[in-house]
Design a binder for this molecule. Structure first.
Ligand code: PLP
Length: 402
Protein backbone atom coordinates (compact mmCIF):
# COMPACT_ATOMS: atom_id res chain seq x y z
CA UNK A 1 0.00 0.00 0.00
CA UNK A 2 1.29 3.46 -0.81
CA UNK A 3 1.91 5.98 1.94
CA UNK A 4 0.49 9.44 1.52
CA UNK A 5 1.77 12.75 2.80
CA UNK A 6 -0.54 12.93 5.80
CA UNK A 7 0.44 16.55 6.40
CA UNK A 8 -1.96 17.46 3.60
CA UNK A 9 -4.96 15.96 5.37
CA UNK A 10 -4.50 18.24 8.34
CA UNK A 11 -5.01 21.40 6.29
CA UNK A 12 -7.61 20.30 3.78
CA UNK A 13 -10.41 19.94 6.29
CA UNK A 14 -10.86 23.59 7.16
CA UNK A 15 -9.97 25.24 3.92
CA UNK A 16 -11.56 28.66 4.22
CA UNK A 17 -13.03 29.15 0.79
CA UNK A 18 -14.57 25.69 0.70
CA UNK A 19 -16.49 26.50 3.90
CA UNK A 20 -17.65 29.81 2.43
CA UNK A 21 -18.73 28.20 -0.83
CA UNK A 22 -20.81 25.64 1.10
CA UNK A 23 -22.62 28.34 3.10
CA UNK A 24 -23.28 30.38 -0.03
CA UNK A 25 -24.60 27.36 -1.93
CA UNK A 26 -26.97 26.55 0.95
CA UNK A 27 -28.19 30.18 1.13
CA UNK A 28 -28.75 30.45 -2.63
CA UNK A 29 -30.59 27.13 -2.73
CA UNK A 30 -32.95 28.34 0.03
CA UNK A 31 -33.24 31.92 -1.35
CA UNK A 32 -33.05 31.82 -5.15
CA UNK A 33 -34.70 35.28 -5.36
CA UNK A 34 -31.96 37.00 -3.36
CA UNK A 35 -28.83 37.62 -5.48
CA UNK A 36 -25.55 38.02 -3.63
CA UNK A 37 -23.10 40.92 -3.79
CA UNK A 38 -19.72 39.27 -3.51
CA UNK A 39 -17.28 41.47 -1.65
CA UNK A 40 -15.09 38.55 -0.69
CA UNK A 41 -13.58 38.04 -4.12
CA UNK A 42 -9.84 38.18 -4.42
CA UNK A 43 -10.05 38.22 -8.21
CA UNK A 44 -10.00 41.22 -10.50
CA UNK A 45 -13.15 42.00 -12.48
CA UNK A 46 -11.87 44.46 -15.11
CA UNK A 47 -10.55 42.97 -18.35
CA UNK A 48 -6.94 42.98 -19.50
CA UNK A 49 -5.49 46.33 -20.57
CA UNK A 50 -5.59 46.73 -24.40
CA UNK A 51 -1.76 46.87 -24.64
CA UNK A 52 -1.61 43.35 -23.21
CA UNK A 53 -4.31 42.03 -25.53
CA UNK A 54 -2.47 43.48 -28.55
CA UNK A 55 0.83 41.97 -27.40
CA UNK A 56 -0.84 38.59 -26.90
CA UNK A 57 -2.31 38.65 -30.40
CA UNK A 58 0.97 39.64 -32.01
CA UNK A 59 2.79 36.89 -30.13
CA UNK A 60 0.12 34.33 -31.08
CA UNK A 61 0.66 35.27 -34.74
CA UNK A 62 4.42 34.82 -34.33
CA UNK A 63 3.80 31.36 -32.91
CA UNK A 64 1.98 30.38 -36.11
CA UNK A 65 4.92 31.20 -38.39
CA UNK A 66 7.90 28.87 -38.78
CA UNK A 67 10.51 31.65 -38.60
CA UNK A 68 9.16 33.21 -35.41
CA UNK A 69 7.74 30.15 -33.65
CA UNK A 70 9.15 29.58 -30.15
CA UNK A 71 9.24 26.27 -28.31
CA UNK A 72 10.87 25.62 -24.95
CA UNK A 73 12.59 28.65 -23.56
CA UNK A 74 16.31 27.94 -23.02
CA UNK A 75 16.58 28.80 -19.33
CA UNK A 76 12.96 28.71 -18.22
CA UNK A 77 13.80 31.83 -16.19
CA UNK A 78 12.01 34.20 -18.52
CA UNK A 79 12.92 35.88 -21.79
CA UNK A 80 15.46 38.70 -21.63
CA UNK A 81 12.93 41.21 -22.93
CA UNK A 82 10.75 40.66 -19.87
CA UNK A 83 13.50 40.36 -17.29
CA UNK A 84 14.99 43.62 -18.64
CA UNK A 85 11.57 45.26 -18.38
CA UNK A 86 11.14 44.13 -14.76
CA UNK A 87 14.66 45.27 -13.93
CA UNK A 88 13.81 48.69 -15.44
CA UNK A 89 10.66 48.78 -13.31
CA UNK A 90 12.76 48.23 -10.19
CA UNK A 91 15.12 51.04 -11.28
CA UNK A 92 12.13 53.36 -11.51
CA UNK A 93 11.50 52.68 -7.81
CA UNK A 94 15.14 53.32 -6.94
CA UNK A 95 16.03 49.62 -6.53
CA UNK A 96 18.99 48.18 -8.37
CA UNK A 97 18.03 44.66 -9.50
CA UNK A 98 19.81 43.09 -12.43
CA UNK A 99 17.84 41.03 -14.97
CA UNK A 100 19.70 37.85 -14.00
CA UNK A 101 18.41 38.17 -10.42
CA UNK A 102 14.83 37.93 -11.73
CA UNK A 103 12.95 34.76 -12.66
CA UNK A 104 9.60 34.92 -14.41
CA UNK A 105 6.87 32.56 -13.20
CA UNK A 106 3.24 31.65 -13.71
CA UNK A 107 2.10 33.82 -10.80
CA UNK A 108 3.32 34.47 -7.30
CA UNK A 109 1.36 31.65 -5.70
CA UNK A 110 3.54 28.94 -7.24
CA UNK A 111 6.78 30.47 -6.02
CA UNK A 112 5.33 31.40 -2.60
CA UNK A 113 4.42 27.74 -2.18
CA UNK A 114 7.44 26.14 -3.86
CA UNK A 115 10.21 28.16 -2.27
CA UNK A 116 10.07 25.80 0.73
CA UNK A 117 11.91 23.29 -1.49
CA UNK A 118 15.21 25.14 -1.11
CA UNK A 119 15.08 25.29 2.69
CA UNK A 120 15.95 22.46 5.05
CA UNK A 121 13.80 21.00 7.79
CA UNK A 122 15.75 22.47 10.69
CA UNK A 123 14.73 26.08 10.09
CA UNK A 124 12.51 28.13 12.32
CA UNK A 125 9.87 29.51 9.99
CA UNK A 126 8.10 32.69 11.03
CA UNK A 127 5.11 34.43 9.51
CA UNK A 128 2.56 36.95 10.64
CA UNK A 129 -0.88 35.98 11.86
CA UNK A 130 -3.28 36.68 10.10
CA UNK A 131 -1.51 35.34 7.04
CA UNK A 132 -2.04 34.62 3.33
CA UNK A 133 -2.72 30.88 3.73
CA UNK A 134 -0.25 29.73 1.05
CA UNK A 135 2.80 30.47 3.23
CA UNK A 136 1.42 28.48 6.13
CA UNK A 137 -0.04 25.60 4.15
CA UNK A 138 3.05 25.05 2.00
CA UNK A 139 5.16 24.78 5.15
CA UNK A 140 2.60 22.45 6.71
CA UNK A 141 2.68 20.23 3.61
CA UNK A 142 6.45 20.05 4.04
CA UNK A 143 5.92 19.08 7.70
CA UNK A 144 7.58 22.24 9.02
CA UNK A 145 6.45 23.90 12.20
CA UNK A 146 5.72 27.60 12.16
CA UNK A 147 5.95 30.38 14.70
CA UNK A 148 3.65 33.33 14.29
CA UNK A 149 4.26 37.04 14.84
CA UNK A 150 1.00 38.59 15.99
CA UNK A 151 -0.58 41.23 13.77
CA UNK A 152 -3.41 42.71 15.77
CA UNK A 153 -5.42 45.81 16.56
CA UNK A 154 -2.69 47.12 18.89
CA UNK A 155 0.03 47.15 16.23
CA UNK A 156 -2.26 48.15 13.35
CA UNK A 157 -2.02 44.60 11.93
CA UNK A 158 1.67 45.14 11.17
CA UNK A 159 3.56 42.62 13.32
CA UNK A 160 7.11 43.58 14.21
CA UNK A 161 10.04 41.28 15.09
CA UNK A 162 10.74 40.32 18.67
CA UNK A 163 14.55 40.40 19.04
CA UNK A 164 14.36 37.70 21.73
CA UNK A 165 12.87 35.20 19.26
CA UNK A 166 15.03 33.69 16.54
CA UNK A 167 13.77 32.88 13.05
CA UNK A 168 15.54 31.61 9.92
CA UNK A 169 12.88 32.05 7.26
CA UNK A 170 10.42 34.95 7.56
CA UNK A 171 7.39 35.60 5.40
CA UNK A 172 6.19 39.20 5.09
CA UNK A 173 3.48 40.62 2.86
CA UNK A 174 2.98 44.34 2.27
CA UNK A 175 0.47 45.64 1.27
CA UNK A 176 -0.97 42.79 3.21
CA UNK A 177 -3.53 40.20 2.25
CA UNK A 178 -5.81 39.92 4.20
CA UNK A 179 -5.42 43.02 6.41
CA UNK A 180 -4.65 45.72 3.83
CA UNK A 181 -2.01 47.12 6.20
CA UNK A 182 1.37 48.28 4.90
CA UNK A 183 4.81 48.41 6.44
CA UNK A 184 6.43 51.83 6.62
CA UNK A 185 10.05 52.34 5.63
CA UNK A 186 11.11 52.41 9.31
CA UNK A 187 9.26 49.15 10.02
CA UNK A 188 10.84 47.40 7.04
CA UNK A 189 14.24 48.65 8.14
CA UNK A 190 13.61 46.98 11.49
CA UNK A 191 12.69 43.68 9.79
CA UNK A 192 15.77 43.82 7.55
CA UNK A 193 17.99 44.53 10.56
CA UNK A 194 16.40 41.60 12.40
CA UNK A 195 16.95 39.30 9.40
CA UNK A 196 20.60 40.32 9.06
CA UNK A 197 21.18 39.90 12.81
CA UNK A 198 19.63 36.42 12.69
CA UNK A 199 21.25 35.42 9.38
CA UNK A 200 17.70 34.83 8.23
CA UNK A 201 16.02 35.24 4.88
CA UNK A 202 12.86 37.30 4.35
CA UNK A 203 10.40 36.14 1.71
CA UNK A 204 8.71 39.39 0.85
CA UNK A 205 5.42 39.19 -1.04
CA UNK A 206 4.73 42.46 -2.83
CA UNK A 207 1.80 41.23 -4.95
CA UNK A 208 -0.13 44.44 -4.19
CA UNK A 209 2.69 46.98 -4.55
CA UNK A 210 0.94 48.70 -7.47
CA UNK A 211 -1.86 49.76 -5.11
CA UNK A 212 0.47 51.89 -2.99
CA UNK A 213 -0.38 55.57 -3.29
CA UNK A 214 1.47 56.94 -0.27
CA UNK A 215 4.95 57.97 -1.49
CA UNK A 216 6.44 57.26 1.94
CA UNK A 217 5.47 53.55 1.77
CA UNK A 218 8.17 51.39 0.06
CA UNK A 219 6.96 49.59 -3.07
CA UNK A 220 9.73 47.04 -2.80
CA UNK A 221 11.81 45.67 0.04
CA UNK A 222 14.86 46.56 -2.04
CA UNK A 223 14.16 50.22 -1.26
CA UNK A 224 15.60 49.27 2.15
CA UNK A 225 19.34 49.21 2.68
CA UNK A 226 20.68 45.74 3.35
CA UNK A 227 17.65 43.97 1.85
CA UNK A 228 19.68 42.65 -1.07
CA UNK A 229 21.64 40.57 1.43
CA UNK A 230 18.63 38.95 3.07
CA UNK A 231 15.39 39.30 1.09
CA UNK A 232 13.70 37.40 -1.69
CA UNK A 233 10.87 39.38 -3.28
CA UNK A 234 7.87 37.85 -5.04
CA UNK A 235 5.54 39.90 -7.15
CA UNK A 236 2.61 39.23 -9.42
CA UNK A 237 0.86 40.81 -12.36
CA UNK A 238 -2.45 39.30 -11.22
CA UNK A 239 -3.86 42.29 -9.35
CA UNK A 240 -1.50 44.80 -10.94
CA UNK A 241 -2.56 44.14 -14.50
CA UNK A 242 -5.48 41.72 -14.45
CA UNK A 243 -3.36 38.61 -15.10
CA UNK A 244 -5.26 36.28 -12.75
CA UNK A 245 -6.35 34.19 -15.73
CA UNK A 246 -3.28 34.79 -17.89
CA UNK A 247 -0.78 33.92 -15.10
CA UNK A 248 2.51 35.74 -14.77
CA UNK A 249 4.67 36.96 -11.93
CA UNK A 250 8.33 37.26 -10.97
CA UNK A 251 10.66 36.39 -8.14
CA UNK A 252 13.84 38.25 -7.30
CA UNK A 253 16.67 36.44 -5.53
CA UNK A 254 19.67 38.75 -5.26
CA UNK A 255 22.94 36.99 -5.97
CA UNK A 256 24.41 38.32 -2.69
CA UNK A 257 22.23 36.03 -0.57
CA UNK A 258 24.47 33.15 0.31
CA UNK A 259 24.57 30.41 2.91
CA UNK A 260 27.69 28.70 4.14
CA UNK A 261 27.56 24.93 3.57
CA UNK A 262 30.59 22.84 4.58
CA UNK A 263 32.82 25.91 4.31
CA UNK A 264 31.50 26.86 0.87
CA UNK A 265 29.24 29.77 0.08
CA UNK A 266 26.09 28.59 -1.70
CA UNK A 267 23.92 31.13 -3.46
CA UNK A 268 20.17 30.83 -2.86
CA UNK A 269 19.55 31.99 -6.44
CA UNK A 270 21.56 29.01 -7.74
CA UNK A 271 19.60 26.60 -5.53
CA UNK A 272 16.33 28.09 -6.78
CA UNK A 273 17.51 27.92 -10.41
CA UNK A 274 18.32 24.24 -9.88
CA UNK A 275 14.92 23.60 -8.31
CA UNK A 276 13.06 25.46 -11.04
CA UNK A 277 15.11 23.78 -13.74
CA UNK A 278 13.84 20.45 -12.42
CA UNK A 279 10.18 21.24 -11.84
CA UNK A 280 9.26 24.22 -14.03
CA UNK A 281 9.52 24.78 -17.78
CA UNK A 282 8.85 28.49 -18.03
CA UNK A 283 5.95 30.74 -18.92
CA UNK A 284 4.43 30.78 -22.39
CA UNK A 285 5.89 33.22 -24.90
CA UNK A 286 2.63 35.13 -25.59
CA UNK A 287 2.04 35.61 -21.85
CA UNK A 288 5.55 36.99 -21.41
CA UNK A 289 4.98 39.41 -24.30
CA UNK A 290 1.74 40.55 -22.65
CA UNK A 291 3.65 41.00 -19.38
CA UNK A 292 6.33 43.03 -21.15
CA UNK A 293 3.60 45.39 -22.38
CA UNK A 294 2.62 46.13 -18.75
CA UNK A 295 5.97 47.83 -18.20
CA UNK A 296 5.73 50.18 -21.20
CA UNK A 297 4.64 53.77 -20.48
CA UNK A 298 1.27 53.11 -22.13
CA UNK A 299 0.94 49.83 -20.19
CA UNK A 300 1.58 51.64 -16.92
CA UNK A 301 -1.03 54.25 -17.82
CA UNK A 302 -3.61 51.58 -18.63
CA UNK A 303 -3.03 49.45 -15.55
CA UNK A 304 -3.24 52.49 -13.29
CA UNK A 305 -6.55 53.41 -14.87
CA UNK A 306 -7.90 50.00 -13.77
CA UNK A 307 -6.26 50.18 -10.35
CA UNK A 308 -7.83 53.63 -9.83
CA UNK A 309 -11.23 52.07 -10.41
CA UNK A 310 -10.68 49.61 -7.55
CA UNK A 311 -9.18 52.37 -5.42
CA UNK A 312 -12.35 54.41 -5.87
CA UNK A 313 -14.34 51.42 -4.57
CA UNK A 314 -11.96 51.08 -1.64
CA UNK A 315 -12.36 54.76 -0.77
CA UNK A 316 -16.13 54.44 -0.79
CA UNK A 317 -15.91 51.45 1.52
CA UNK A 318 -13.47 53.22 3.83
CA UNK A 319 -15.70 56.32 3.98
CA UNK A 320 -18.75 54.18 4.76
CA UNK A 321 -17.00 52.34 7.59
CA UNK A 322 -15.66 55.60 9.00
CA UNK A 323 -19.16 57.09 8.97
CA UNK A 324 -20.44 53.99 10.80
CA UNK A 325 -17.67 54.22 13.39
CA UNK A 326 -16.32 50.79 12.44
CA UNK A 327 -12.58 50.19 12.92
CA UNK A 328 -10.63 49.01 9.89
CA UNK A 329 -7.21 48.79 8.27
CA UNK A 330 -6.46 48.94 4.54
CA UNK A 331 -8.49 50.60 1.83
CA UNK A 332 -5.58 52.97 1.21
CA UNK A 333 -2.52 51.45 -0.51
CA UNK A 334 -4.51 48.23 -0.79
CA UNK A 335 -7.56 46.68 -2.46
CA UNK A 336 -8.50 45.05 0.86
CA UNK A 337 -10.42 46.39 3.81
CA UNK A 338 -10.09 44.57 7.10
CA UNK A 339 -12.78 45.57 9.54
CA UNK A 340 -13.73 44.80 13.09
CA UNK A 341 -17.09 43.06 13.24
CA UNK A 342 -19.44 45.43 15.05
CA UNK A 343 -21.15 44.65 18.34
CA UNK A 344 -18.48 42.14 19.37
CA UNK A 345 -19.67 39.62 16.78
CA UNK A 346 -17.40 36.74 15.79
CA UNK A 347 -16.19 36.78 12.19
CA UNK A 348 -18.31 33.80 11.07
CA UNK A 349 -21.27 35.27 12.95
CA UNK A 350 -20.80 38.55 11.06
CA UNK A 351 -20.45 36.59 7.79
CA UNK A 352 -23.84 34.91 8.37
CA UNK A 353 -25.39 38.20 9.54
CA UNK A 354 -24.40 40.07 6.35
CA UNK A 355 -25.36 37.11 4.17
CA UNK A 356 -28.80 36.68 5.70
CA UNK A 357 -29.70 40.34 6.21
CA UNK A 358 -28.26 42.15 3.17
CA UNK A 359 -26.82 39.38 0.97
CA UNK A 360 -23.34 40.90 1.07
CA UNK A 361 -20.53 38.35 1.13
CA UNK A 362 -17.14 38.92 2.70
CA UNK A 363 -14.44 36.70 4.18
CA UNK A 364 -14.30 35.83 7.89
CA UNK A 365 -10.97 36.97 9.31
CA UNK A 366 -10.67 33.81 11.39
CA UNK A 367 -9.85 31.91 8.22
CA UNK A 368 -6.50 33.71 8.05
CA UNK A 369 -5.34 32.94 11.56
CA UNK A 370 -6.33 33.28 15.18
CA UNK A 371 -5.79 37.07 15.24
CA UNK A 372 -8.48 37.28 12.58
CA UNK A 373 -11.17 36.32 15.11
CA UNK A 374 -13.75 39.09 15.19
CA UNK A 375 -12.39 40.63 11.98
CA UNK A 376 -13.66 40.49 8.43
CA UNK A 377 -12.21 41.11 4.97
CA UNK A 378 -13.92 42.99 2.15
CA UNK A 379 -12.35 43.58 -1.24
CA UNK A 380 -12.68 46.37 -3.76
CA UNK A 381 -12.69 44.04 -6.79
CA UNK A 382 -16.34 44.53 -7.64
CA UNK A 383 -18.14 47.03 -9.84
CA UNK A 384 -18.59 50.52 -8.43
CA UNK A 385 -22.38 50.05 -8.63
CA UNK A 386 -22.30 46.83 -6.60
CA UNK A 387 -19.88 48.33 -4.10
CA UNK A 388 -22.13 51.37 -3.67
CA UNK A 389 -25.21 49.16 -3.29
CA UNK A 390 -23.45 46.97 -0.71
CA UNK A 391 -22.35 50.01 1.26
CA UNK A 392 -25.89 51.49 1.19
CA UNK A 393 -27.26 48.23 2.53
CA UNK A 394 -24.57 48.11 5.20
CA UNK A 395 -25.40 51.65 6.29
CA UNK A 396 -29.10 50.88 6.55
CA UNK A 397 -28.35 47.70 8.50
CA UNK A 398 -25.83 49.11 10.92
CA UNK A 399 -26.58 52.81 11.27
CA UNK A 400 -26.77 53.54 14.96
CA UNK A 401 -25.79 50.04 16.05
CA UNK A 402 -22.04 49.94 15.39
N1 PLP B 1 0.40 36.73 -2.76
C1 PLP B 1 -0.68 37.29 -2.21
C2 PLP B 1 -0.54 38.05 -0.95
C3 PLP B 1 -1.93 37.14 -2.80
O1 PLP B 1 -3.01 37.68 -2.23
C4 PLP B 1 -2.05 36.39 -3.99
C5 PLP B 1 -3.33 36.18 -4.66
O2 PLP B 1 -4.39 36.46 -4.20
C6 PLP B 1 -0.89 35.83 -4.51
C7 PLP B 1 0.31 36.02 -3.88
C8 PLP B 1 -0.93 34.96 -5.72
O3 PLP B 1 -1.07 35.63 -6.88
P1 PLP B 1 -0.91 34.94 -8.29
O4 PLP B 1 -2.22 35.11 -8.96
O5 PLP B 1 0.20 35.72 -8.93
O6 PLP B 1 -0.54 33.52 -8.11
Amino acid sequence: MIHINENILSMEKNYLFIDIAKRLAAFTAANPDKPLIRMGIGDVTLPLPPVCVDALKRAADEMGVKETFRGYEDSGAGYDFLRNAVSGYYSSKGADISPDEIRINDGAKSDCGNITDIFGDGNTVMMTDPVYPVYADSNKIAGRSIIYADSNEENGFAAMPDPSIHADVIYLCSPNNPTGSVYTKAQLEEWVRYALDNEAVIIYDSAYEAFITDPSVPESIYCIEGAKKCAIEMCSLSKTAGFTGLRCGYTVIPRDITVSVGGEEVRLCDLWARRQGTKFNGVSYPVQRAAEAVFTPEGQRQIHENISYYQRNARLMADTLTSLGIKFTGGINSPYIWLKAPGGMGSWEFFDFLLNEIQVVGTPGEGFGRNGAGWFRLTSFNSYENTAEAMDRLKRLLAGSA
